[in-house]
Every structure is written in C-alpha cells, then in structure tokens.
Design a protein around this ligand. Structure first.
Ligand code: AHR
Length: 629
C-alpha cells in the first residue's frame, strides 16, 4: 500500500524538469531533422574523410568531365565548386542520391530546388530531374540559361517541382541539354512541407515527435561536437548563422565512414535552434566550447588546451551569443539576428560552458568565463560540468571545486551538468541518488542520461529513475534523455530516443516513457510511504512519484519493475482501447479516457491477460491508500 495521508505538502516540481538534448550525432541534423536532401551540396567534403573527396555523393551522367575548382568560389567560407563540361549534344551532368540510402519523394508533394551557377560558355537549358530507383523520372523542370549574360558572377536559380509518385530511394540530377561548360555550387533540394513550411526548414514528421513531448527546454548543439577533436573542428556558433551559402561547413566530430562521411553544413544553426525552442515553447540551453577539445580533460589526457590569449576569443564568443539573443539593432550581433528575420530577442536564460570537461584545466578556464559573463550579464544561469559520474575521482574533484566556490561574491555556477549512460540495473539501484544531495548550493542539470538499450526493460528502469528525479526536483532542475535521434541506416551511438530514416520515424519504448512523464508534470510532490514488506507489497516495485496538481484532480506515477503479471484493480483496459505500436517492438501505449498505459504486449491486441511484465502507470487512481494487486 502507498500511504499518503497526513504527510503534508512536499517540494514543488521544477517547471523546467523535462526537456531535450539535441546533438548532430547519428545524422540527427544533416540527413535528419534538417530537411536538406542533397549530401555535400557545397562540394566541400575532404579526401581524408570522404570517398571521392569533394565529389563525394555525386556521379557523372553522360559524357562529361567533372572538376572540383577552388578559385573564384562563392565566398571564403564556401570556396570549392564543380565545373561540369558536357562533351556532346546529348544530356550530361551530375546526379546526387542524398544521404545514406537515397531521397524520399512523395506523390504530389512539391520540392524546392536551388543552385548557384556561374556561366561559362553554356547557353541552353538545364534539366532538373527527380528519379526513382529504376531511373524513371518522378519529377522534372527546366532552368533556362539560354540568354547570354555579361555577368561572370554567381547567380542563384530556383525551381519548384512536384513529384508524380512515391519513391523511397530516389535521387536528383542536373543535366546540361547540350554541349558546354558551367560552374555549379550549393545544389539544394528541400520538401516544401517542412515544419511550418519554412524555407531552409526542418522535417515536419521529426519535429512532430518533439512537439508531442512538450519539452520545457532544449540543450544544443551537443555533446562532444561542442568540444571538437581537434579543437579546430569545435562547434563555433558564429559559423552557423547568416545566409546558408556563407555558413562555414565543419567536419562532424562523429566523423562517420569514408563511405558515409559526416559533416555539418550548419544549415541547422543557432538561429534555427533558437527558433525551434521558441516554436516548441522550450527554453534554449545553448552550450559553448570552454577552450578545450574533446578528451583534453585532465592531467595525462590528450587533446588541445587553449592558451590564456586564445581563450579570450572563446569568452568573447559566449558574450556575443548573449548579445545575438538579447541585443537590439544597435548592437553588432543583435543586428545580425534582426537581419535574419527575428526582430524580437530570443529567450536566453541559460548558458552551458563546456561539455564533458572537468579537472584543473577546465575549472581554470570556466572561472574566466564566469568573471566575464557575470560582469555583463549577471542574470544568466551558468552551467558548469561534472563529467560522467562514473569518472570517480574527477567527478568528485569537480563537485569539490564547485562547492569550494559557494561563498564567492559572484555565483560560480547555477547548475552542474551531470551525464551518465549505464545499465538498466544501475538506474533501478540508484532511484534514490538525489535524495541525499546537497541542497543549499548548486542545482543539478542532468544533461544526458540513458539506460543502455531501447528495450522495455531499459525504458522501465528510466521511468523508475525519473520518479527519483521528480521527487528531488528541488535539486534536479532539468533533465534530458540522450541522444535524441538515431538514423536507422547509420548511427554512431545507441540507444536513442527517436529512430528515423529518410521516409519514416518512430519512437522507442524509452520515447514513450519520456512522453508520459513530460506530459504529466504536477505542481508539487505529495510525500508518500510504502507500507509492508518488499516495498509495499508490489513485488519488484521500484519507484514512486506522486503529486497533486492545482487542477481538480490528483495524479500518481507508479513504476513496476517486476517480471510477473501486472494487473490493476480497475478493469482499465477494454477491447476498444487504442493500441499504439512501434514498428520495432512488442510494446506500446494504451490510451483511454485521457490516461496512458504503457505495456508490453504478447499478442496483436491487448487484453488484461496480455499485460505481462513491466509497466509504467500514469493516471488518476482513487486517491488515498491505492492498492495494486
Ligand atoms: O550523447 C552522446 C555523447 O555522449 C555526447 O556527445 C557526449 O556528451 C557524451 O559522451
């Protein structure tokens, strides 16, 4: 039995508790959320990371000569382009099959094609084709280059085309209709039905999955990509804003393979991240590099450390980021935001300094950031890092260091970013981790966590653990599962919360646990005790978070980790319950009367008998001494 009578009112639940962590890992941005369909659109891929170097992703069509040029390019950030010389009067040019398996075209959907062209001696038509696997044309259009022009400059051409049929593994071709030479750069193709139909937009189906989570914050852009390895590849937010043809593409730290190289076009950059946060009603939690590369953490480890002089640039970048969000048109960076179309400031309350970095070198640098930022923007919530809890000594060093600054005149850190990826058992054993945390000083931002698999077992372990986060959300103020996205065709990290490929998307079991918790956040905890042996008579019972909302009803969260049968007093599941399945597993969510029930199913249709094994319940039970049998 769970007893709640007479225990009074518990802590308020943090209204920022559940959010998201987004990193461009597993092709989450380029080839994922960012709706651009062309891989290597700006011909900047490099030989050492990509098969065919700058030509990676393209193939010749017809009797053509292709040459990568690097003089007279579009701009200094995008210097390479391709020269296409069509030798005959038959069609000839290039074809690009997009990321991984190819491009997904939908019947009757419209696509925006664009390209930059520098005219040479070609005065004819440029045919744009969308093709299916069998080489059949699914859509086509023409760009008229027949008019002679005096201009030797790059010009942008656009075309809207409509697909005549569905295609899973399609591609895009650009063909000169007769002989001649042209220079080409920034080959781009977007579906028009992006999220909110924005140009340079995001995949609507993927954003829909995020919308359903109702996140209170989004931490971005990483993760290790913030750190870079070497430091020259670290994420620099200033490279990610402005016109997309001028954003400086960067190697992704999660490099990929030569066959599937991984770059960041930054088409999804800081402007778009802040915009996404605004769209989803989530607080932005940007993270900046702290002047250290990945693995340059502590004594004895490799990696790059900035000198004091070099660090100044990193600190300035952080200050400029705040100005980019908050500044008006009279400020340098505020003016850039306005120029991009956002007159109003972006919400900017939090700033993470560094990712998984700690030790002496880190705190030396972090302190410099604190001084500079507190002086100009004292209200910013600064996030320092403790690194993974598994890193024993260094983790302890971090907390000691943070605690030793408690009496500083300037607040040293508002939040400490903790990360852990552990076995499900670890999560079950540590449900009470935060019950004894120091409450006076710095709060916790659980910036990354996951039980190591996309199984029901792991999802239930996470659910149990989340009851502990919620019960302690006076100290754990923000928490995010990680990583968010995984591409089913190529990933560097598993498990992930949401899986997708070029045409579809589905949530993992872990996603549905997050969804239930994220959509059911109460106002405050109602303290409870478990009566009887074996934690209240629910065999395998592991976690409990109860709360009472200010609305007219009360709610309860119970997570059962038992492998036995789980039946509830109420005849909750009926034949016509809505059963949602994932294409991956034998688990799902039953929703009825506004309540969600997350179960493993044994058969195609769930009945009470089918509900075997672990379960997470979120609902409105009879208040007071609710009994589970
Ligand atoms: O989430 C994947 C990676 O795990 C992140 O980039 C890093 O912060 C952590 O090690």
């Amino acid at each position: 039995q769970i007893e709640i009578n007479g225990l009074g009112r518990g802590i308020d639940v943090s209204d920022t508790l559940y959010g998201l962590f987004f990193e461009d890992i597993n092709f989450a941005a380029d080839g994922g959320l960012y709706a651009e369909m062309v891989k290597n659109r700006s011909f900047e891929f490099q030989e050492q990371y990509a098969e065919n170097g700058a030509l990676h992703g393209y193939e010749a069509v017809g009797d053509v000569e292709l040459e990568i040029m690097n003089e007279g390019g579009l701009n200094k950030n995008n210097s390479q382009y391709i020269k296409i010389n069509n030798n005959t009067d038959s069609k000839g040019g290039i074809t690009n099959k997009g990321f991984l398996e190819g491009m997904f075209f939908q019947k009757n959907a419209k696509y925006d094609f664009s390209v930059y062209i520098k005219r040479k001696d070609y005065f004819g038509l440029l045919t744009i084709e969308l093709l299916d696997e069998a080489n059949q044309v699914v859509a086509d259009g023409k760009i008229d280059l027949s008019q002679k022009t005096e201009s030797a400059d790059w010009e942008k051409y656009t075309l809207s085309i409509t697909a005549k049929q569905d295609t899973e593994k399609g591609r895009l071709s650009l063909l000169l209709n007769s002989s001649g030479t042209i220079d080409i750069d920034m080959v781009s193709l977007f579906p028009q039905n992006t999220y909110k139909n924005r140009k340079n937009g995001l995949r609507a189906d993927l954003v829909a999955m995020l919308e359903e989570l109702n996140p209170s914050f989004i931490r971005f852009p990483g993760g290790c990509i913030v750190e870079g390895n070497p430091l020259s590849t670290a994420y620099k937010w200033k490279d990610t804003i402005g016109d997309i043809s001028e954003r400086k593409q960067n190697l992704n730290l999660w490099i990929g393979t030569k066959e599937n190289p991984y770059y960041q076009t930054y088409g999804l950059g800081f402007y778009e991240y802040f915009q996404l946060c605004e769209d989803l009603g989530a607080k932005p939690v940007p993270v900046v590099n702290c002047g250290m590369s990945c693995q340059a953490r502590a004594n004895g480890q490799t990696g790059t450390l900035t000198t004091d002089e070099e660090l100044e640039e990193y600190i300035q970048d952080a200050l400029d980021l705040i100005e980019f969000c908050r500044g008006d048109g009279t400020t340098e960076w505020g003016a850039k935001r306005i120029e991009m179309g956002h007159e109003q400031p972006f919400d900017m309350e939090y700033l993470g300094i560094g990712n998984e970095q700690w030790g002496e070198e880190y705190f030396k640098r972090y302190t410099q950031f604190v001084k500079a930022i507190r002086e100009k923007y004292p209200d910013i919530q600064l996030i320092t890092t403790s690194g993974p809890a598994s890193d024993g000594d260094l983790y302890e060093y971090a907390w000691n260091c943070i605690n030793s600054h408690n009496n500083d005149e300037m607040k040293f850190a508002n939040l400490v970013d903790e990360h852990y990826y552990n076995e499900p058992e670890w999560f079950l054993q540590h449900v009470f981790r935060y019950d004894t945390y120091e409450r006076e000083n710095t709060d916790v931002f659980l910036g990354e966590y996951a039980a190591k698999s996309n199984t029901l077992k792991a999802a239930v372990a996470e659910a149990a653990y989340m009851t502990g986060l919620e019960r302690n959300s006076d100290v754990v103020k923000l928490a995010a599962y990680a990583p968010l996205f995984g591409n089913t065709l190529s990933s560097q990290w598993k498990p992930d919360m949401i899986w997708f490929n070029q045409s579809s998307v589905f949530g993992s079991a872990n996603y549905y646990v997050q969804k239930m918790f994220m959509n059911n956040v109460g106002d405050y905890i109602v303290p409870s005790v478990l009566a009887g042996e074996n934690m209240g008579g629910i065999s395998g019972y592991i976690g409990l978070g109860t709360w009472k909302t200010s609305a007219a009803y009360d709610d309860i969260k119970v997570v059962n980790n038992d492998t036995g049968q789980v039946l509830y007093e109420t005849d909750f599941l009926k034949k016509d319950s809505q059963w949602k399945t994932s294409s991956q597993g034998n688990w799902g969510i039953v929703e009825e009367d506004g309540e969600s029930f997350f179960v493993q199913k044994n058969d195609a249709y769930p009945t009470n008998e089918d509900i075997m094994g672990s379960a997470v319940y979120i609902g409105t039970p009879e208040w007071k001494n609710y009994t589970f049998t």
